[in-house]
Design a binder for this molecule. Sequence first.
Ligand SMILES: [Zn+2]
Length: 741
Amino acid sequence: MRELSDRTATNLKKVLEVALTLPGNYHRFLQAGLIDSNSNIKQLVTDWQTAFTNLQPIDKQTVRQNPGLFLATADDLVYRGMTSGTSGDFFTYFAGNEWNQARLLARQRALSWWGIDEQVPIINLASRLQPLRVNDISLIGNITADWLQSLKELLQIQPAVIRGYPSRLSEVAAALVGHSIPAVLGVICTGEVLFDFQKQLLESIFQTSVINEYGCQETGISGLSCPECGRLHLDVDRCFYEIIDGELVTTDLFNYTMPLIRYKCGDRIQLDFDACLCGRSGFTAQILGRIQEQIKTQQGWKYPGEICLPKFPGILNYQIVKQNQVDVDIWLQLEPQQVLDLSPLQLWLENLFGEVRGRVIVDSSDLSQLENTQSCSDLEWIEWVTKKSWREWLELGLLPAGSAREIALLLKSLIQPTVMVNSGISPIAQQAIARLLQPSPCRESPVELMAVRVLLLACSFLADRPTRQNIYHRAQQRLAEMNCGEYSAMVDLLIPSLGFDSNTAISIWENTNLPDSGKLDVFNIQHLLAAFNLAASTAKRENPNIAIAWKPILSILIGDLNFWASRFHIQILASWWELVNGKALASSIHRQTTGDSFLDAWLTWRQAILGDGASATTALSQLQATATLPTEIARVELEQGYAKLLWQEPLNPVEWLEKIHKNAGLISANLPDRDIDPIPWIPLLWKLAPLWLAGGESELAYQCLIAAAPPDMRASGFERLAREMNYKQSTICDRSNIPLP
Ligand SMILES: [Zn+2]
């Protein structure tokens, strides 16, 4: 083993001490002699550094079989991530606050080499990469004329660094030939091997430096190329690197939540321990590719990073896919107006693969064409968004042909953003809101009503409070001018109160003619789901006790809505407002009973436990007495759990496992049933997971944490879109090497 620095030795010892207590490591540690088999106390032997070199590495498949056996704590979970890998080959890992701080610090440090500070936005392009820092943005979707326009608009608003997979960035660059492009402050390539021809293309189109980034979150690996020499420096503070039998084996030095010791991440990397001329300490690396990505060439098996992909005259960008022993597909993006001579490419292919049949596919996608959309009438579209599934609407790409078109486009950009920013909404959606705020006298009234409803919904996406209030009041005024008393529109008018400050919200409740009863339409439900994000942050600010006890409060709100959607009364919305604000609304709102005895009892119960709790016993007996349906009886048990969380009463892990098993469908193998919605149980699962872990039920604890993923409507929409279009791809790959399924 290399000589360890004092700092690395201290950090490594600390993480080993956590790891040795975990059932997933015990035998491995014992075999290596890291722990003393004769001692009753599990502790590291004195010469642990020597024993460590005997420790058998583990791989992703081993962890994936029983991930719970590697879970050290179920508290302080700050980060939840998914390992990379093909389908069925990944697992969810967790990390805590120290890990997250170390990660952000390492990134900040590396970016500063290039003069990229926190003020400079990083725009992630056409990938699954999400905005990480406050000013960061992600632009996803197919590379169309509209998409390129969005990119230019974003760069015009503020010069930025762009970041993405090199193959996608090269596609974007090739599509931008001949365009004038606002200033780009740097191009960060990540996630795939960066080839020289791509680097040259990116440099020439964006007129800026190309930075190579490498990271693997579950291992703690992170690195950036240096400006002076372009060599990839790995951050040695966060991670301990070893090469064992030619393979990279890592130990994340800061993950005490789910420590992975001597872990094979599946990437092929060459480490270079010679000092870099730039003077930075530590070693540099060259990424060769993933273990499964080997390519059979005339010179033997090679990793992509070991093959030189040159630039060919007339060709901007290309991709090589070897389909089988003889057929090679070559996808090309060409320089404009070129008479193409393919012979240099042909010669190169022959040298690489020997005699093969090349099939050339020239990308001639006409970027002036819009994405696939279907037209419908304004009224048909209104029917979709108020009565039918929004998912289907988005999948069909249905857009109204009339004056409702701009309303539909705004709604789409809010709920399925292709531009994602860390706070608020994209500058492009803001411009669409500004256009919709201009009253249009010739709009037919159902279209005008939808315009107002979409503006009210937009309030839940606007981070800036004065802007939000201004838009709200203008929408409110337009609704008043229409003299509209439609139930669903009146509900929309009250929903934004969940995100307003108390005074504004109370005046909304007092000055709105409260609707008696009616049914929520599909738009209302989507509006509520969108508004809950803002309501959750209101709770963190206005009612921190409840936000801590019922964490994440979003899951309580969504669970309540799922339960009450079909028997909704406006009092439920009022009670949510009181929940997030920790204040009572005027009693007149509650005076009338709803006529639904279980709902009335539930409203009284929630008021009782959220108040001083004095009348909780009476309220509970009333709730129990009115519960008749099985779902209502389950609800009562859930509500008692909520009360225990609020009053910080101890929960018996065995008793509650049974309750959750019975009510939320934990199946007999003690794992949550994926068909049953665990959302309302999430706060209890969070609380119980550490108790189960302490009781030795590590797999159960792990599965609970998986089931307790806090819902995030916006991120999941983004994730769906990104998965469909902006996946990683190999610039060169050998499909004849991949076994058929
Ligand atoms: Zn360097």
